[in-house]
Design a protein around this ligand. Sequence first.
Ligand code: BLA
Length: 510
Amino acid sequence: SNSMQNVDLTNCDREPIHQLGRVQSYGAMIAVSSDWIIQHASENLTSILGVSVDDVSGQPLNRVLDTNGFERIRENMRHVQSPDSVVRLFDVPLRTNNQKFDVSFHQSGMHLIIEFEPKTEQAGRDVSAEVFAQIAKLRHPKNLNDLTQRAATAMAELCGFDSVMVYQFQPDHSGEVLAEVRSDKAQRYNGMRFPASDIPVQARALYKRSLLRLIADVKDEGSPIIPQTTMSGVPIDLSLSVTRSVSPIHIEYLKNMGVQASMSVSIMKDGELWGLFACHHDSPRYIDYERRTAIELFAHLFSYEISNFEDAARKSVEVESSKVQNLLMSHMAAGEPLANALRSIHEDIKSVIDHDGLVLIEDEEIYTAGATPSKEQLSRIARHLNRTINSRVFHTDKLLKFDEFGHEYEKVSVGMLAIPISKRPRDYMLLFRKPVTAHVNWAGDPNKPVTVGPNGVRLTPRQSFDVWQQTVEGQSAPWTDAQLHAAELLRVTLLEVYLKITDAANLERK
Ligand code: BLA
């Protein structure tokens, strides 16, 4: 029964991390029904608010909280309306003493969940001023590396963690560390790849809705919510809770990494999770909710900086492309056939979209330049394209995946970008790339994200994060977004050129 099959990684994806029924010790929570009656509370209410769960359960909230505090929550109830909104209030008096709290509240099913963290005197002062000062340091980056490196430095100053990384998700949901700033000045994970299973699917989905989590102490057992299940018999949904205790599997992961506190902040772009700031500390570390909120704001502004940077990169590709377009037009205006014109501007195209071989297929004729498959292979590729692609640009970094005869030309051309330039007959411009050997440095063997623990077969994140090098062969360099954008522009140009040629031919015929 305890076979290895039972520990497949999908088990990880199924852990209900939003229903673990505990909060971390730095905060306490109360869940009230729509009539403000307290239905659930965390056990540590006693130490944080000075009243026990037994004392307050079944009581209206305004009988437990200080009037000023209760009124501030009530006044801000209108902000809870929109889905997934979490309302933040800072320095709120909740009891009749002088203690102030940072408060977060949101709607979860039938309950309003209210969380509060005691505020210390010096905490949270002038944090927005800090955020604007730090974001100003990100202006005019030289490249994406420079931008992420500066962002990591800024984040380290805002949060004071020993280590800050900018982690970017890849299309296969693995991730790469783009920048790393450490107080010991070492470079431990920079450039390394982490497997997708390190942040399972439900965690990635949750981190799109709830943008920051602080695990203040991996040794903290947290505090259970009482009672554990609601009237309908399910654990309360803590998806948007800011004091939520996290998965014990992930705690084990952090311990294996030698980390005592962790904070991660989602970096969103175009509604998707682009990456995370991953912050680690060698000892327990708590930072207050007001500062965490400022940090979230910083991450938000950083994502605009990424967009700005990418827009600028797109613009420069457009400028380069229009130069190529003008060149092509002038060759054509001089009466050169398309194939010759393309050959003459081969190098100019190369400077925008790097490649090793160029092919034009026009009216069943095949013209080549540079390293390409043979003509026979090319007509087979063309037939395949006719069957499979529409009028859009097609690209692959591994022709083998696309064509059963791929192995015949894999040593010469393994990457292909196909630009359709007319509808009938199917004509193409094809760009080919040679295979390159790539080395991927993984933080630990990605084939063993789960090992067999001392207690037999059970889920245990990998023990070692030492570099494990993977050699990838038989693939070309990837076609980048900017290059694909340039290809799209080239497609439009070629289509225009093509139409002009046919128009001219038609005129001659008349
Ligand atoms: C969560 N995993 C996470 C989080 C990070 C990582 C950042 C968010 C919580 C946090 O802020 O610490 C992973 N941390 C990383 C990575 C880097 C880093 C990749 O610093 C690289 C720089 N983890 C496993 C396996 C499982 C697993 C095998 O390795 C499942 C069996 C689970 N990781 C896991 C779960 C969570 C998680 C369940 C969600 C924790 C939660 O929010 O409750």
